[in-house]
Design a protein. Structure first.
Length: 553
């Protein structure tokens, strides 16, 4: 093996470096072995990443057993669920690129020969993958795992139920005591949010794209088997180092197509669009927002998961795990089974080892899909020339036409919903929440949950240049681009304007003459930046459109 780390650790001139490393317990023998960075997103601010500190020890054990020397380092993580609906939520998407940068910088600085990234909450997963693809050194991504479902009155709960209970309570449908009971029971221990929300969507993506070993992601975080999974990942990365199997060898265009198909088939989060576009940029793979529409339209919805379905992510594990989903997609010809994975085996070879629970009802057979097409639809039109995205899982309506109710930030819309000011037929427009305008493109689970909890889910639509939680359900359209802060048509919408959305035709239009829209935009002035200094100000200057993944590089 030709080891990059020898630039740091070997030779007469490197005696000072070795001296410093010996001060913390490394030996000459340790430093002659491949040095594997262990990037840990552990943090004590949320349940999602809470067990990663212990899992890192198991990863390091696997690396040592396979002949390597691990060196662990930390980065940050922002919880979407904890910060949702507040100014703090603006930090979430910003953190994705910062995490990727920090992993990249540390790995380049210490010239690690390989990398294992421990991730869980939403942005840590694509962030780690982005860093892996930039660095292109042998790497493995380990997902910490889903939370177990909460139990209350005979039903499974997730954090989605708490957000929707807030809306139900505000509408007088449940009592304060009932809301508190749901709050107290929804999150029973460590793990990432428990439906096919963004974390579990991206965990599925990582197995289908090949950057995570098959049958590692779906094991829940508190399951004792997760220790074995972590040790195995340490061994896999050493095998990848020996074979010089790198992330860009794995994450080819066909692998990205496989990943998109997995999102479509599982009713996954709209955030996957942002993250896969960003990852493709770092992988140097051409990928456009319209590619999601083409793949989703030809991929059946096979997995019955919340937010719109009946089961939670832990049920996928009981059903046989993500390999069962992969096997369905391979058998149906919806993915390319020849794509290589981080183990060195093909996706088809890994899927062939799937062990399906014969009594499971979570993953439908190919001849009985939930829908014949997938969960994502990309819309374009006069209101979104660069596109936007809607998750159609669980939606019966194929369109909506109604008057705009315009709000220039999320809090104003939330107040209108909880005060009962939104009526059937309305189209809520929440703008200046895009990548630049927010900044940071806040998720809208507070608002969308309140709409569903108030019983308006079947009669209103919402569109925003911000984004949604993977737990969002209903007729909700996000990532409208160009965003309002960049002078997109959404900035010209006025109260009462008619907006028409046609899912079958993939269109979203403002029914105002183009000349009138042009005149409105001529008199429009961009708002002053909400932050004049610091990380948010820097982000505003660098970030791209949501249609390009909201990237900063």
């Amino acid at each position: 093996m030709s080891l990059r780390s020898y630039t740091i650790t070997q030779g007469r001139d490197r005696a000072p470096a070795r001296s410093m490393l010996k001060a913390i317990g490394f030996t000459d023998e340790d430093l002659r072995k491949p040095i594997i960075g262990v990037a840990n997103t552990w943090i004590e601010t949320m349940p999602c990443n809470y067990n990663l500190r212990a899992l890192a020890e198991r990863v390091k054990q696997g690396i040592r057993e396979a002949g390597g020397t691990p060196m662990e380092f930390n980065t940050i993580a922002i919880s979407d669920g904890v910060t949702m609906g507040t100014e703090g939520m603006k930090a979430s998407l910003v953190s994705r690129d910062l995490i990727a940068d920090s992993i990249e910088l540390t790995t380049r600085g210490y010239m690690f020969d390989g990398l294992v990234c421990l991730v869980a909450c939403d942005k840590t997963i694509p962030a780690a993958a982005m860093a892996m693809l930039r660095l292109n050194v042998p790497s493995v991504l380990l997902y910490g795992g889903t939370i177990m479902p909460g139990k209350y009155n005979g039903r499974d709960l997730t954090i989605q139920d708490v957000f929707e209970a807030v809306g139900a309570c505000a509408a007088g449908k449940i009592s304060d005591a009932e809301l508190l009971a749901i709050e107290d029971h929804a999150c029973p221990g460590p793990g990432a949010c428990g439906g096919q929300f963004t974390a579990n969507t991206m965990a599925t993506v990582m197995e289908l794209i090949g950057l995570s070993p098959m049958n590692t992601a779906s094991v829940p975080q508190v399951d004792p088997r997760k220790d074995t999974v972590a040790t195995y990942c340490g061994q896999v990365v050493m095998n990848a180092v020996r074979k010089d199997l790198k992330p860009r060898d794995i994450a080819t265009r066909k692998a990205f197509d496989n990943a998109i198909a997995s999102v479509a088939a599982t009713g996954g989060s709209t955030n996957a669009v942002l993250h896969l576009l960003a990852m493709a940029r770092d992988a140097q793979v051409p990928l456009e927002i319209d590619d999601f529409q083409a793949i989703s339209a030809n991929t059946p919805l096979l997995v019955d998961l919340k937010p719109a379905g009946n089961f939670v992510a832990a049920d996928v594990d009981v059903a046989g795990g993500i390999p069962v989903i992969a096997k369905r997609l391979v058998d149906g010809g919806y993915v390319d089974g020849s794509a290589i994975t981080v183990t060195g085996r093909t996706l088809a070879e890994e899927a062939a080892d799937a062990k399906e629970n014969p009594t499971q009802k979570v993953i439908r057979p190919l001849d009985n899909p939930i829908k014949k097409s997938g969960g994502l639809v990309i819309l374009r039109g006069t209101l979104a020339p660069e596109g936007c995205v809607i998750k159609v899982t669980g939606i019966a309506r194929t369109g909506h036409r109604g008057p705009a109710r315009v709000f220039d930030h999320e809090e104003a819309a939330m107040n209108a919903v909880t005060r009962g000011e939104i009526k059937a037929g309305d189209v809520l427009v929440i703008r200046y929440e895009g990548p630049k305008g927010g900044p940071g493109m806040r998720e809208m689970l507070g608002v969308t949950g309140a709409i569903m909890g108030a019983g308006l889910g079947e009669s209103v639509a919402l569109l925003t240049d911000g984004r949604f939680s993977g737990a969002t359900r209903g007729f909700m359209i996000g990532h409208v681009a160009p965003e309002a802060a960049a002078g997109g048509p959404i900035a010209a919408v006025r109260e009462g304007d008619i907006i028409a959305i046609d899912i079958a035709q993939c269109t979203i239009d403002l029914e105002v003459p183009a000349e009138e829209v042009g005149e409105r935009l001529k008199s429009w002035n961009p708002p002053a930046p909400r932050y004049a200094s610091g990380v948010f100000a820097k982000y505003c200057k660098m970030v791209s459109s949501a249609s390009q993944g909201a990237i900063t590089s």
